[in-house]
Design a protein around this ligand. Structure first.
Ligand SMILES: NC(=O)c1ccc[n+]([C@@H]2O[C@H](COP(=O)([O-])OP(=O)(O)OC[C@H]3O[C@@H](n4cnc5c(N)ncnc54)[C@H](O)[C@@H]3O)[C@@H](O)[C@H]2O)c1
Ligand SMILES: O=C(O)C[C@H](O)C(=O)O
Ligand SMILES: [Mg+2]
Length: 626
């Protein structure tokens, strides 16, 4: 009986669908052949929101008009630029042709883009299988779905875009965001990664195409931190672009206006924050790849009121601190010697300044955490930006960089002056560490690396941390060939170890914030802390630093291999939860309320974290009528 009624229901659904499709076909053929009003009769559909976008029969992709987007509850689920049918065809054809051109980035593999497409299609069809494949082959595929290939994907995103993923809030949506946010189908969202596309890796302003970076980061949240993929949300805030090529490109998917600035810009971001925290009060928002100009301001604006952090400023700082402490240990020195390190930093943007502030604070803490300690730690850093060495003689020095501007008398004694080149600074300072966050590929030239030969360190550390691969300040081959094997090398994008030709191998570490942000997010979620405190970030960095054994460090290994990312993320998350409890910030997660959390010992916190990490296994499915 039940079977029969099911069949009846099925056949009536089928009949209805058939009817709709015939009607749609009649409508479209009539609109092609006749100009009667008959041709404009609408097609009745029985679905809205993502269902309509996922139905290949009714989906128009980027061609949905704004009124249709409102009517069908899909506003915000598509990039804001409405494309004509002709433009859609041109975009598809341009992309197809592009496959014939070799990829210029990625781990020297001409097929990286093709691999990304295949993985992306799997992501669209079957998430469980996708994450299983990604996790089991994380070393091979993280460079495809994440840095460096994700950079190439962002550069070509208007052509690569097929199915929507994530949400788009644009300047055109002002006043609408609070309702739009309900167009997202999931009632629970744990993690949002948001970008405005203004500084994607070292590739500059990529406008709306930057959503690729938010998607890539969330892939790591699922694979490394075990955040349920149904509870992640990549977001692009499209306030325009200042990229002249994109402004002219007829196939670009974002708003073709210059970026909003000042109060207008802040109002858009404020509206977005209010909307997402109204619908999902417990969500954590990770800010990603905002240009420095806004990265710090937005962080200060929101960090005490919302569960948010900036990955480029705070995640990168923690990863760099862990690596710097590793570099001290690798010289056979105790960690407490860190405040004696001379550090030259090339790049004073959001990442560089984030690292400088955190390194200075860490040194000051080691020296007794006094005002004097904080002041004296300042003199361990020399900062070089696009205009050379930053000194107090510089006019209009960026306020965030000002604390690191060298005193003129001091540097004159060192034989340097305002605007000295990186090579001059390295030659005179003879630093223990040369760290690059300049987005300037090849900046650590032969001349600079030759100058580093005179470092007073027994094992100088070179950190070309800029992404993607072609923006790295130097390659490991260049570093090891000029400086020999007694160095520490750590780059932002992955490189292969170098065969030194004497039976030895030059180890390439990957100094990337991927070792921290998933654990910071997971730890914040599970602790239920209302904010991401400095202490929680510090605990994450210290946990990463302590993860590497003495034996590994002496071999030049200062970061774990990506194959251990799930394990390190679990540890980092546990350290973050522990710190949140100690700071009395932990409000608990689900049945584990704050009182229960406080009863847990270290091992139990680890177990609690592990038990709450999602794994890609197929669940049993049972049908239930609405
Ligand atoms: N490895 C990581 O985990 C990680 C994390 C964050 C950012 N990054 C990378 O760091 C880079 C910079 O990011 P950002 O947000 O700070 O960018 P940004 O644009 O805000 O800053 C770049 C800085 O580099 C300076 N610069 C440019 N050319 C230079 C030159 N020739 N010599 C010295 N300095 C120069 C600029 O003056 C500026 O201060 C990007 O490539 C990004 O991908 C890496
Ligand atoms: O995305 C990365 O690989 C690291 C970092 O967030 C960056 O902006 O370069
Ligand atoms: Mg980033």
């Amino acid at each position: 009986m039940a079977n029969f009624s099911n069949q009846m229901r099925l056949s009536s659904t089928l009949l209805r669908r058939l009817h709709q499709r015939v009607a749609a076909a009649v409508n479209s053929s009539s609109s092609r052949n006749f100009t009667t009003t008959e041709g404009h009769r609408p097609t009745i559909v029985h679905k809205r929101s993502l269902d309509i976008l996922h139905d290949p029969w009714f989906n128009k992709g980027t061609a949905f008009s704004f009124t249709e987007r409102d009517r069908l509850h899909i506003r915000g689920l598509l990039p804001p630029n409405v494309m004509s049918f002709e433009q859609q065809i041109a975009r598809f054809m341009a992309d197809l042709k592009r496959l014939e051109v070799q990829a210029r980035d990625g781990p020297s593999d001409p097929y990286v883009l093709a691999k990304w497409r295949i993985l992306n299609r799997l992501h669209d069809r079957n998430e469980t299988l996708y994450y299983k494949v990604l996790m089991e082959n994380i070393e091979e595929y993280s460079p495809i779905v994440y840095t460096p290939t994700v950079g190439l994907v962002c550069q070509k995103y208007s052509g690569l875009f097929r199915r929507p993923r994530g949400m788009y809030f644009s300047a055109e949506d002002r006043g609408e965001m609070m309702s739009m946010v309900y167009n997202w189908p999931a009632d629970q969202v744990d993690m949002i990664v948001v970008t405005d596309g203004s500084r994607i890796l070292g590739l500059g302003d990529l406008g709306i195409q930057g959503i690729g970076i938010a998607i890539g980061k969330l892939d790591l949240y699922v694979a490394a931190a075990g955040i349920n993929p149904q509870r992640v949300l990549p977001v692009m805030i499209d306030v325009g672009t200042d990229n002249e090529n994109l402004l002219k490109d007829p196939l670009y998917l974002g708003l073709q206006d210059h970026r909003l600035d000042g109060e207008e810009y802040i109002e858009v971001i404020d509206e977005f924050m209010e909307a997402v925290f109204t619908r999902w009060p417990h969500v954590i928002v990770q800010f990603e790849d905002f240009q420095s100009k806004w990265a710090f301001k937005l962080l200060q604006r929101y960090r005490n009121n919302y569960r948010m952090f900036n990955d480029d400023v705070q995640g990168t700082a923690g990863v760099a601190i862990a690596g710097l402490l590793g570099a001290v240990r690798a010289q056979g020195r105790p960690m407490i010697d860190f405040p004696k390190m001379k550090i030259v930093v090339a790049g004073a943007g959001s990442a560089g300044i984030g690292v400088l502030n955190a390194a200075r604070k860490t040194m000051a803490r080691m020296l007794g955490n006094t005002e004097i300690a904080f002041e004296s730690a300042r003199s361990q850093f020399w900062v070089v930006d696009a205009k050379g060495l930053i000194t107090e003689a510089r006019e209009n020095v960026d306020p965030d960089a000002r604390p690191f501007a060298r005193k003129i008398k001091e540097i004159e004694r060192q034989g340097l002056s305002e605007g000295a080149t990186l090579a001059e600074v390295v030659r005179e300072v003879k630093p223990d560490v040369l760290l690059g966050l300049s987005a300037c590929g090849g900046l650590f030239s032969k001349e600079v690396l030759e100058a580093l030969k005179h470092s007073t360190s027994t094992r100088p550390a070179i950190f070309p941390m800029s992404n993607p691969t072609r923006n790295a300040e130097c390659t490991p081959e260049e570093a090891f060939s000029i400086l020999g094997e007694n160095i520490i090398f750590a780059s932002g994008s992955p490189f292969k170890d170098v065969d030194l030709g004497n039976g030895h191998v030059g180890h390439c570490n990957q100094a990337n914030n991927m070792f921290l942000f998933p654990g910071i997010g997971l730890g914040t979620l599970l602790s239920g802390s209302r904010i991401v405190s400095d202490g929680m970030l510090q605990a994450a960095a210290e946990c990463l630093a302590a993860y590497i054994t003495e034996e590994e460090v002496l071999k030049g290994i200062i970061y774990p291999s990506i194959s251990r990312i799930r394990d390190i993320t679990k540890e980092v998350a546990a350290a973050v939860v522990k710190e949140a409890i100690e700071e009395d910030l932990a409000e608990g997660y689900r049945e584990m309320d704050s009182r229960e959390l406080r009863k847990l010992d270290e091992a139990q916190i680890s177990e609690f974290v592990e038990n709450n990490m999602w794994s890609p296994d197929y669940p049993t499915l049972v049908y239930k009528k609405d």
